[in-house]
Design a protein. Sequence first.
Length: 168
Amino acid sequence: MRLPHLAPALVTLLLAPAARADDPPSVEHQPVLCSVPEKPISLCAAISDEGTVTAARVYFRPEGEIYYSFVNMTFTGLRYCGILPAPREGRAKTIEYYVQAIDDAFQPTRTSTFRLAVQPEGVCEFPPTIEKDDARARAIKVFGTNRRQGGKLDDAFVATGVTFVPVR
C-alpha cells in the first residue's frame, strides 16, 4: 500500500501492529549487579500494560536454593518497587531474582533471572537503592512459594522486622 502524502514515520506507525488488550504487561528493569550485606534492597521496574497491572512481584532466592520467595511491588507513581530483606553477611554470597507482572487478563510476563552479588560496602561499585526508611525496612512481607520452605525466612536473610507468609 502506497501512502505518498504521509510522512514515512507516520506510515510506519499506521501499519505497525497495534498492541492488543490480551498482550502481557511490559517489564523494563535495569539489573542490579551487587548489594551490601545487612541492608534491605529496593528493586524497581517500569511496568505497563494496555489494561491494568494486577500484580507485580520480585521473586528471589539465595543462589543454589530450590525455591523462590517473593515480595509484592507497589506503584510509586513512576515505577513499581519491592523491598527485599537484607542479606546476612557471610550467609548469602549471591541472590538470584527476577521481576514478574500479571495483568487483568491474567497474562504474565517476567524478566530474565539476574544474579546479585553480595559484597562488602566499598567493594560493590553500584549498589542498588538501600531502603533508608526504617519503618518500611521493618515492614517487609515475604511470601513463600512451596510448603517445603517451612514457616520462616531463609537463614541467608535478616529476619528482623520481616513477616514470612508460608504456603499452607
